[in-house]
Design a protein around this ligand. Structure first.
Ligand code: OOG
Ligand code: NI
Length: 456
């Protein structure tokens, strides 16, 4: 019997993320400039900080740095979202986390499709932040119905993409050749369209309700609206953006600069105004696509996250209207209450760590002790921070808003509905914190088992 060789899903994701990045560079040349800027800042940072280079290498993060990026799309219907779930599964990407953006005045809720296993993350942690428009939050009955009708007419997937998604499901994977065809077909869903499906009046009516509604409803597909490389020094990238012709968003979102970075810091260059041909041949413009940068730090436990949220809220009360330098100074002062070294964060259970045996630990099996702090003190065990792989709703809202002309509507707030999102998705979203907790637990268990002389 001949067996077809199937390509690992990690390879399909790697091919897809590279194809997507190439497409976006061709569509938005400023994104290519941003990649160059991030790459040179990363190289400079690594050569100035050899200890950072060693740490990233030891964590297996140096290799992924140059391929690492996330993107974002917004869709209009449950069937689009559930088909996307099946499309991303072909590439080993699964829905993690539920984000309620109604809280921030944006009528969507979201998840991130991303790889989950350590090895998959190390290979290429490509993520797509995916939002579902919540038409039920639109007040005007007429606009809601009009939007539903328009959305019902479109199919955002090519027949080829559907065919390969089904083939992946029936044969439990794709061959290398099929994967190449799948990547080509799947890419079509994310492509930009210069022609809208509606006339200019309809566009304006939707735009007046919320700019995001127009962005989702008026086009043939959910164009990728940004791609985000990972930098090791976001402050430097923010500083240099104007020199390279980019218009950065006012402030860097998230925690301030620290010795031991936590969670996620993000900034972007502002969306471009692009010309669009509307139905009936009218010319107009639409502003949707931008470029973003992020710097990632350690994942926080629920306790650490509660402290982060508390300090963020405290900081935000003092930063309204400030420029980035003053904003960062305020945040640094407020965040002085958040311990800034790995050992304190570990002892106080604020952040998640991966435990591993040192060389001394490997040579000293059968120690018999189960006191992890004592083992660390004896130099048998060390820890590495577990990188945060997810997103932050307040930062995401800031990114949405800076690119939607500040559009927000408080009437949407207080409408989290995870059940409705999961029903539309056709699956449950994985809780991101449980993933980090499990990785920490497993690493600790394995270290203790080997030091007890147990075979595993
Ligand atoms: C998504 C914004 C969220 C992030 O990095 O937090 C996001 C959007 O504008 O569609 O990508
Ligand atoms: Ni983003």
């Amino acid at each position: 019997m001949t067996q077809t060789t199937l390509l690992p899903t990690d390879d399909i994701r790697d091919r897809f993320s590279k194809a997507m990045s190439a497409m976006y560079q061709a569509e938005v040349p400023q994104y290519g400039t941003l990649l160059e800027l991030v790459d040179s800042v990363n190289q400079e940072t690594l050569s100035q900080q050899p200890e950072l280079q060693h740490r990233l290498e030891a964590q297996g993060e140096l290799a992924r740095l140059s391929v690492e990026r996330h993107g974002a799309i917004r869709v209009g219907t449950a069937s689009e979202l559930s088909m996307l779930r099946r499309l991303f599964a072909v590439m080993g990407m699964y829905p993690v986390g539920y984000y309620d953006l109604s809280e921030a005045g944006v009528p969507v809720h979201s998840t991130a499709f991303r790889p989950i296993e350590d090895e998959a993350l190390a290979r290429n942690p490509f993520r797509i932040f995916t939002s579902l428009l919540r038409l039920e939050l639109i007040e005007s009955e007429t606009l809601r119905q009009r939007s539903e009708e328009i959305l019902a007419k479109r199919d955002i997937f090519t027949p080829g993409a559907r065919k390969f998604i089904e083939r992946h499901e029936t044969q439990d994977g794709l061959t290398s050749e099929e994967a190449d065809q799948f990547v080509k077909e799947a890419l079509e869903t994310f492509r930009w369209h210069q022609d809208a499906t509606v006339d200019l009046d309809t566009y304006h009516a939707l735009q007046d309700e919320h700019r995001l509604i127009a962005d989702v409803v008026c086009f043939r597909g959910p164009h990728i609206n940004h791609l985000t490389p990972r930098t090791l020094d976001i402050d430097e990238v923010q500083r240099r953006m104007p020199e390279m012709g980019m218009n950065p968003k006012l402030v860097i979102e998230g925690p301030p600069q620290r010795e031991c970075p936590i969670l996620l810091r993000q900034t972007s260059f502002k969306a471009l105004e692009e010309s669009i041909r509307f139905a009936g041949d009218a010319q107009g413009t639409h502003t949707a696509r931008f470029g973003e940068i992020e710097q990632r730090g350690v994942a926080l436990t629920p306790k650490g996250r509660a402290l982060y949220d508390q300090l963020l809220t405290e900081g935000r009360k003092q930063t309204a209207g400030l420029d980035n330098d003053s904003h960062q100074t305020v945040m640094k002062n407020v965040f002085a209450k958040f311990p800034d070294n790995d050992e304190a964060m570990r002892r106080e259970a604020l952040a998640y760590f991966h435990y591993y045996l040192t060389e001394k630990g490997q040579a000293n099996k059968d120690v018999g002790s189960t006191d992890i702090n004592a083992l660390i003190a004896q130099g048998l065990v060390e820890v590495q921070p577990i990188t945060y792989e997810d997103f932050l709703p307040v930062s995401a809202a800031g990114i949405f808003q800076s690119n939607l002309g500040g559009g927000q509507n408080e009437a949407y707030a207080g409408n989290a509905n995870r059940d409705a999102f999961e029903e539309a998705l056709g699956a449950q979203v994985t809780d991101e914190l449980s993933l980090y907790a499990e990785r920490e637990r497993a690493s600790k268990a394995s270290v203790l088992a080997s030091l007890k002389g147990e075979v595993h």
